[in-house]
Design a protein around this ligand. Structure first.
Ligand code: P6P
Length: 340
């Protein structure tokens, strides 16, 4: 029996609401095309001297890698003229990106991290693109910051592209999470993971344990629970997890989505909001994990319910199997006290 040969274009079309005009469908196509182009460049980075830093820094003050700059430009250039979006916001850009006046505006606002984990480019570790799509807030006004400063619960679609041993595009439009693997011979994303659900019991926890001394006592106790080092008085028995942390959020998130687990980037003493960006990383991934049966929290609130105050706002993040995330909340909110 030959495997079902379903391209991402076919799947998106077959699953778009009957009422849809096709703009969201076409915008997802545009993102898939950008992913193919970025994948091609990423896979040849070592050969084309595109490695190394672009010689400048982004709004985060991080050294921009040439592939960062390339990915950022490709996504904008593919989406700025077809009339599907009214405004964009990139993790690499300080302000929102307006649609040039000569082009029709569209009904969607696109937010994206063009190449997350880019510090891994030069060491050939998987990196990724993360995106989220909102509907405009006010049609009478040409795309504004307000169109992207929306809670992730109001996303109409979100997804990521993982440039790894193979290139995968994983997305949801609110009807489950679906994964497509790029066949480089035909240049098509083919359906490979339909209706992805978080497995239970989970297999991994992902956190940078080198920062242990930067965390609060509650977070330290939670991590000890994850490591099976303390049982009582936690209401849940310590899980039997293995540690996996690759320093690339999309790669860690994808592995945990397939095997079950939690990724955490906690608040640190002096950095109460941690490192992960709400708009471009935490929000879209919170939308996806919710669709896959999981949960994402800051330790206090559901990340889906946070309305961003500004474009580059950061949040602490605990994302994965609900039981693991809720246990983090219990430790952090003092419901579980561990005697010294
Ligand atoms: P650290 C990459 O810069 C990133 O935003 C995520 O992809 C990754 O999980 C995290 O930062 C790594 O940060 O501080 O552990 O090196």
């Amino acid at each position: 029996m030959s495997a079902k040969f379903v391209t991402i274009e076919r799947f998106i079309l077959d699953n778009q609401p009957q009422t849809a005009k096709g703009d969201l469908t076409n915008l997802l196509y545009d993102i898939a095309l950008a992913a193919k182009i970025i994948s091609f460049k990423t896979n040849r980075a070592g050969l084309q001297e595109i490695l190394g830093q672009a010689g400048n820094t982004n709004v985060q003050g991080e050294a921009q890698q040439k592939l960062d700059v390339f990915a950022d430009r490709i996504i904008f250039q593919l989406c700025d003229h077809p009339g599907r979006v009214c405004v964009m916001a990139s993790e690499e850009q300080e302000t929102v990106l307006h649609i040039p006046d000569q082009y029709e505006k569209g009904a969607y606002a696109l937010v994206y991290d063009p190449l997350d984990g880019s510090s891994n480019i030069d060491v050939n570790v998987s990196i990724g693109t993360i995106f989220g799509i909102y509907r405009y807030k006010d049609w009478d006004l040409r795309g504004r910051k307000e169109d992207v400063l929306q809670p992730a619960r109001d996303l109409v679609a979100a997804g990521y592209v993982l440039y790894g041993s193979s290139t995968m595009m994983v997305y949801s439009t609110g009807q489950g999470v679906h994964g497509f693997t790029l066949d480089p011979e035909i240049g098509e994303f083919l359906l490979s993971h339909e209706n992805m659900r978080l497995p239970d019991p989970p297999a991994y926890y992902s956190i940078n344990s080198a920062y242990y001394n930067r965390w609060s006592k509650d977070v330290q106790s939670y991590v000890q629970w994850l490591q099976g080092r303390i049982d009582p008085p936690a209401p849940e028995p310590s899980p039997t997890l293995s540690s996996r942390y690759i320093g690339s959020l999309v790669a860690d998130f994808h592995r945990n989505l397939l095997r079950g687990g939690i990724y955490a980037y906690p608040a640190e003493i002096g950095k109460p909001n941690g490192k992960i960006r709400l708009l471009y990383e935490a929000g879209p991934l919170a939308y996806l994990i919710d669709q896959a049966g999981g949960y994402a929290s800051t330790g206090y609130v559901d990340i889906l319910d946070i309305t961003p105050d500004e474009l580059h706002q950061r949040v602490p993040i605990y994302i994965g199997n609900r039981v693991l995330v809720e246990q983090a909340e219990k430790f952090i909110q003092g419901e579980i006290m561990v005697t010294a």
